[in-house]
Ligand binder design. Structure first.
Ligand SMILES: [Zn+2]
Length: 387
C-alpha cells in the first residue's frame, strides 16, 4: 500500500527527532544536542546523540545514525511504511491511501499480519468482556470481585475469551484470518477435531510493546481445574520475544523516566493494583524469570530499580537472583520485601496509597542490607532450632 510522496515528506519534516527518540530513550540536553545511553548497544556513559537542528540521531559508539523513520525501523523493527504510519499517527497527519488490492494484502509482511490479528483479537476479547452476558457475569465480575475498578480494566484492555471451545477461532476465520496465521500467532491450537481457542474460558491480559501495540496475550483460568495451568501465555513469535518484554512498560515508561525509578513486580495483577492506587512506575517480568534484556529495557529510562517481591521463600529467592543481575548491569537496586502473607496485589488492595508509599520508602533496602539481614535471619533460625 503506497503512501503518496508528498505525505512522506510532510511526515518526515513534521516529526521531531528529539520527540520520537524521547519516547524510548531518556535524553539530557548538553550544548546544542541531546544525549542518552544508546538503545542499540550496551553502554554505561552516553554516546548516543540527537541533533534537533538537523533532525537526526547518531551514536558515536556503534555508529547507528539516521532520521526519525530510521530510528523506528532500528528500534521497533518496523518496516519503512510501518515507521511512517507510526509517525503520521503521532503527529495527526492523515494518510490518503488507496484501497488495497488482493496482491497487496498478500504482500503485507508477516509481522504486520501478526500485529493486525492481535489487534483484532484484543478488540474481540474486550468487546466480549463488556458486551456479552457471559463476559459480564463471568469475566467482568471476576475483575470487579478482585477489587478492580472499571477505569483500570479499560486502561489495560482486559478482556474475556468465551468458554466455548472455538468461539474466537470461528469468529476470526469468518473475518478472513487464516488458520495458519491463527496457529502461528498462538491464538488458536490445532487439535484432533480442528482448530480451537488457546484461551477459552479465560480472562485476557494483552501484552503491549513499548509503542502500545499488542504483541501477545496472557490468559488466566477461572475454574479450579488442576489439570490446566493457571496462566496460559502466547508462544513466542516474530513479534513477541518474552525475554525482551516487560508487562506494563507502555503504561509505565513515562512515569519511570519522570520519577527516575522503576518498581519491578512479578505478576499482571501486581502491575494493575499499583496503577490503580496511583503508583504507575511499575512493570512485571511476567511469563519468565527476570532476564538481562528486561533489565536493559528499564535502563533506557532509569538506573534505579526497586524490586517489590512477595515475602515468601520463592519471592526472596527471586529477589536475590535479581539483585545480582541488576548490579552487573551497573544499576542501583533496592529490595522491598512484603509481609509473608502478602503480594503486591493484596497489599495494595488492603492498604491506602499513602501507607503503601510509606512502606516502600521505609522498607527499601540496598542489596547489602538485604543480604545481611537475610543471612542474620537464617542464622537466627538455625540457632533456635533444637538439636
Ligand atoms: Zn550505539
Amino acid at each position: 500500500m503506497a503512501i503518496p510522496r508528498e505525505t512522506v515528506e510532510q511526515i518526515l519534516q513534521t516529526a521531531r527527532i528529539e520527540e520520537v527518540v524521547g519516547e524510548f530513550v531518556t535524553l539530557k540536553k548538553k550544548g546544542t544536542n541531546l544525549w542518552g545511553n544508546c538503545p542499540f548497544h550496551n553502554e554505561k556513559t552516553p554516546s548516543f546523540s540527537v541533533n534537533p537542528a538537523r533532525n537526526i540521531f547518531k551514536c558515536f559508539g556503534c555508529g547507528k545514525a539516521g532520521d526519525s523513520a530510521k530510528f523506528l525501523m532500528e528500534h521497533e523493527h518496523y518496516t519503512y511504511p510501518e515507521a511512517l504510519r507510526y509517525l503520521a499517527k503521532k503527529y495527526n497527519i492523515k494518510i490518503e491511501e488507496k484501497e488495497q488490492t488482493a496482491e497487496e494484502i498478500m504482500q503485507q509482511s508477516i509481522r504486520e499480519k501478526m500485529f493486525n490479528i492481535n489487534e483484532f483479537a484484543d478488540k474481540y476479547f474486550v468487546d466480549t468482556l463488556w458486551n456479552t452476558d457471559e463476559g459480564k457475569t463471568i469475566g467482568l465480575e471476576y475483575f470487579r470481585e478482585r477489587g478492580y475498578f472499571d477505569p483500570i480494566i479499560q486502561k489495560f484492555h482486559l478482556g474475556y475469551n468465551p468458554a466455548k471451545w472455538d468461539a474466537f477461532t470461528t469468529y476470526a476465520k469468518k473475518n478472513g484470518y487464516s488458520e495458519e496465521l491463527l496457529e502461528q500467532i498462538g491464538l488458536s491450537i490445532k487439535g484432533n477435531n480442528g482448530l480451537y481457542d488457546r484461551y477459552h474460558g479465560r480472562v485476557m491480559f494483552p501484552i503491549h510493546s513499548l509503542t502500545g501495540r499488542v504483541i501477545g496475550f496472557g490468559g488466566r483460568i477461572l475454574t479450579n481445574d488442576k489439570k490446566s495451568p493457571k496462566y496460559q501465555n502466547s508462544p513466542e513469535s516474530e513479534i513477541y520475544d518474552k525475554k525482551q518484554t516487560l508487562y506494563g512498560i507502555y503504561f509505565a515508561k513515562n512515569a519511570i523516566a519522570r520519577q527516575d525509578e522503576c518498581i519491578l513486580v512479578e505478576g499482571y495483577f501486581d502491575v494493575l493494583r499499583m496503577h490503580q492506587i496511583g503508583i504507575e512506575n511499575v512493570v512485571a517480568s511476567s511469563g519468565t524469570s527476570l532476564t538481562m534484556e528486561q533489565i536493559r529495557l528499564v535502563k533506557r529510562y532509569t538506573k534505579n530499580i526497586t524490586m517489590l517481591y512477595d515475602g515468601d521463600a520463592a519471592g526472596i529467592h527471586a529477589a536475590l537472583r535479581g539483585t545480582d543481575m541488576i548490579l552487573s548491569e551497573g544499576m542501583n537496586v533496592r529490595v522491598v520485601v512484603l509481609p509473608p502473607e502478602h503480594d503486591p496485589d493484596t497489599f495494595g488492595k488492603e492498604f491506602s496509597t499513602e501507607y503503601v508509599n510509606n512502606y516502600l520508602k521505609e522498607n527499601a533496602k540496598d542489596f547489602i542490607r538485604f543480604k545481611t539481614e537475610l543471612l542474620g535471619a537464617v542464622a537466627e533460625r538455625c540457632r533456635k532450632r533444637p538439636h
